[in-house]
Design a protein around this ligand. Sequence first.
Ligand code: ZN
Length: 612
Amino acid sequence: MKIAASLLAIATMSLATPAHALQADQDKPANTENPTAADAREFVEATEKQMFDFSIDAARTYWINSTYITDDTDALAAKVGAQGTTMAVNAAIDAAQFKDVAGLDPVTKRKLDKLRGGIVLPAPTTEGAATELNEIATKLNSAYGKGKGTLNGEEINGSDIEAAMGTNRNPEELSEMWESWHSNVGAPMKDDYARMVEIANEGAKELGFADVGAMWRSGYDMPADDFARLTDKLWAQVKPLYDELHCYTRDKLNEKYGAAVQPETGPIRADLLGNMWAQEWGNIYDIVAPAGAGDIGYDTTELLVAKDYDAMKMVKAGEGFFSSLGFEPLPESFYERSMFTKPADREVVCHASAWDIDNKDDIRIKMCIKVNGDDFTTIHHELGHNYYQRAYNELSYLQLDGANDGFHEAIGDMIALSITPEYLVQVGLLDAKKVPSADKDTGLLLRQAMDKVAFLPFGLLVDKWRWGVFKGDIQPDNYTSAWHDLKLQYQGITPPVERPADAFDPGAKYHIPGNTPYSRYFLARILQFQFYKAACDTAGWTGPLHRCSFYGNEQVGAKLNAMLEMGASKPWPDALEAFTGTREMDGSAMISYFAPLMDWLKEENTGKSCGW
Ligand SMILES: [Zn+2]
């Protein structure tokens, strides 16, 4: 769920990259005349040092821009971004010269690959291209942050409209919010986005990639096409579960709203699922909760309110989980410098993110926390990024990252999976007498599946769309129709209203204007169950997998740390093996976790015409 700052993601790999622009000998290329392995090592070492230093200034600039959006901070962020992109591209081009040098040691080879392929938005060397690319990227990001929709004709900001989509049950109002948000936020970005794609593709070609999408797929220790096939394989493993959930949910929405709003067959109307992008459906659990087994007996939001939790107390609870596994407490600066709540008097990017400002200990989160169960989960997730960042802080600059980018997202989610009734009792939120009995498990699992399983096709299609855009298969005229075609094909959902030809609906999803690659979230959904099962196995849990809590188990903490502290220093299968004992990503742990629900859904769907 949520993200590691998209800006940070860019910062880690591209904007914060450094090399030449800070050097006096900017125009003197690295020694690429008959380079030796020693030259390559020297180049990598010098580049890492420069990147490390530049990344700190860049991260501070982005932090200020994201927590205080003004024309001035936009300009500063764009400037530092342009510098960073230029440096990153120079380093990538130099790295490409070294890639076939004989006798490279594996560590240097891996770092060179990372330099060459790790740029999110590569600018070409054409005069002015880096500046233009960064101005567009900054403009798109800010436009999203300042975006507004309407509810009953009144303006409503991004974080409020997101929340309202989860609680509102009036189909006309839901449709208005959905339509206004997509039209107001998305449409004005379209031309800039198309231009950005053009520039970045030129940059990718200069580095020897077919396009930006191929470059994004190159970061998984396997050929780009193999990675696309791997995601398809993982999706095929879990799709049967999604299909049953879709069928069951559609039926419940039909019962609640009637056939005029939600027909009995075909796709589900996108605005009825409790989320602006229909990416997670947990907010409409009240609508799908099964009679008898549906009431899980407590509501996390109510528990938090009843115990007088505020933003700070919620964050402390998240920290407490990691402390219980044996991790060191967060530094004081975390509490002094993080942004926990939305400031009253200025524009900020509310989208939750985790930051590592100095590559050592100055870790922070940026959120507009509301006291509810979702944000309680998100805090655990964001802290997962921070603890990962701190665990690998002794490695060299190019190894300061997750084993692959899905790992970073999965760690926090694995911790969040442990927010079981047993855990809520352990931290004093839930009365032990209120722990739901085993016959409530259907409700617990369905509530989880509404978020975790519902997300899978969305997690897959965001980058399928972008891969198509960067490849040129999807042209600007078809941006919106292709987006909704994919949403129909994979998610089985449809917009509440006809979309105009000049719309740019993908732009109304943060990660598109924010330029955050999205496959990581799909991988994270799969990996978190693999991690969770491994943790529960280590903890010796023998009950149903979904009830396991490894809170307080330092043996799990030690094993987890063994994986985290490897950072990106080894191919991801090595890291996966350190914690789980296997070198393959696969969906079987997720299927085991939801097995009782799968049986129940099949029974419920008997006689229904599933599919769309
Ligand atoms: Zn994240």
